[in-house]
Design a protein around this ligand. Structure first.
Ligand code: HEC
Ligand SMILES: [Cu+2]
Length: 354
């Protein structure tokens, strides 16, 4: 015999509320698009809120009418067939016009957000090309040009004017308008710092652009947002927004001449310069000029390594050098079968590159 068990509505509702709470809790803090810290991210956030409110209103009205009908015209409430309204002209016009009006409103608010997002507020020459809509004052604002190059599975940041190349960590001064040229070496990636700007695809063979302007000091996590292979999820980075003075100090540190190595670090340098490392990595001012892997000129000063999946500590670095594939399977750095002595020396050398 068939038996039907009815799930109490209250249980479903409380379950739904719990799921929603857990889901929304995941949106708090960095890297949440719900906590924008740049004008274009704010434009996206505002649009999200407006569209959400409209969608919620539609949902409530439609579901409200549905529930009303289910209860009001149930057999218990009103036995017999309810009045039929098929072909009612007034209703036909109303339920055609109402969605059309709602969609038109959504269309126009989206359009209003689209143009300021698509246009960089300054051109490469530093000339202003309008602002206003975003409330950004581009007149006196400082600008910073960065080339962002996506690799499987790490990010390269090049500051052409400052002659700096780094990886997985992008420093910018608070308040400056940062314009970024996005390039890809291998496959399609997507540049995304949820708190700073919407996703922009990074496509081999063409240069896409994005921009942002960080409102307050802080670190903002970024993530590749287009599936690009086995380590796609571990293709992360961080934007460090700091005061003008701190940024200048960082620039000076990046540009300073390397210090001569002594002791274990000198031994590590010798191993580095005489092995396969130099075929893939660059250390400015040395014969290491490889381009396949991250530039290591100032590696010791970086907070993370290997696509910002772990902190740059001596232990993590040793783990990485001992077996890159064990740490990040599929990563494009081979296991070089280094001895423990070689690893220790390399760690001392690499961490001294500050
Ligand atoms: C075949 C090319 C290749 C060789 C050879 C190679 N590497 Fe790498 N290396 C890479 C790639 C690619 C990455 C980035 C991996 C990732 O994050 O997915 C990397 C990452 C690193 C990193 C982390 C850098 C960062 O900022 O995240 C260090 C340190 C490093 N390599 C050191 C070395 C040393 C030392 C050697 C020599 C013993 C070496 N590599 C040999 C390709 C290579
Ligand atoms: Cu990617």
């Amino acid at each position: 015999m068939l038996s039907f068990q009815r799930i109490p509505a209250a249980k479903i509702l409380s379950g739904l509320i719990l799921c929603t709470t857990v889901f929304l809790a995941g949106c708090a803090g960095s890297p949440s698009p719900m906590a924008p810290a740049s004008p274009n991210a704010t434009t996206i956030y505002n649009l999200t809120v407006i569209v959400f409110v409209i969608a919620a209103a539609v949902f409530i009205v439609v579901e409200g009418m549905l529930f009303f009908s289910v209860i009001r015209f149930s057999r218990k409430q009103s036995p017999g067939e309810p009045e039929q309204i098929e072909g009612n002209t007034k209703f036909e016009i109303a339920w055609t016009a109402a969605p059309a009006i709602v969609l038109l409103i959504v269309f126009f608010v989206s359009l209003q957000a689209l143009f300021p997002l698509a246009s960089t507020p300054i051109t490469r020459t530093g000339k202003t090309t309008g602002s206003g809509a975003l409330g950004v004052n581009v007149g006196q604002t400082e600008t910073l040009q960065v080339r962002i190059i996506a690799h499987q599975w790490w990010w390269e940041f090049v500051y052409p004017d400052l002659k700096i190349t780094t990886a997985n960590e992008m420093h910018v001064p608070v308040g400056a308008i940062v314009t970024a040229d996005l390039e890809a070496i291998d496959v399609i990636h997507s540049f995304w710092v949820p708190q700073l700007a919407g996703k922009t695809d990074v496509i081999p063979g063409r240069v896409n652009q994005t921009w942002f302007q960080v409102a307050q000091p802080g670190t903002f996590r970024g993530q590749c947002a287009e599936f690009c292979g086995i380590q796609h999820a571990n293709m992360r980075f961080e934007v460090v927004a700091e005061s003008q003075e701190q940024f200048q100090a960082w620039v000076r540190q990046q540009q300073s001449a390397p210090t001569p190595k002594t002791g274990v670090a000198a031994k590590g340098e010798q191993i580095f310069m005489s092995s396969a490392c130099i075929g893939c990595h660059t250390v400015d001012g040395t014969k290491a000029q490889g381009k396949t892997g991250p530039n290591l000129t100032r590696f010791g000063g970086r907070r993370y390594l290997a696509g910002a999946i772990m902190e740059n500590t001596s232990e993590n670095l040793a783990r990485w050098l001992a077996n890159p594939q064990g740490v990040k399977p599929g990563a494009l750095m081979p296991n070089l079968n280094l001895s423990q002595d070689q690893i220790n020396a390399l760690v001392a050398y690499l961490e001294s590159l500050k």
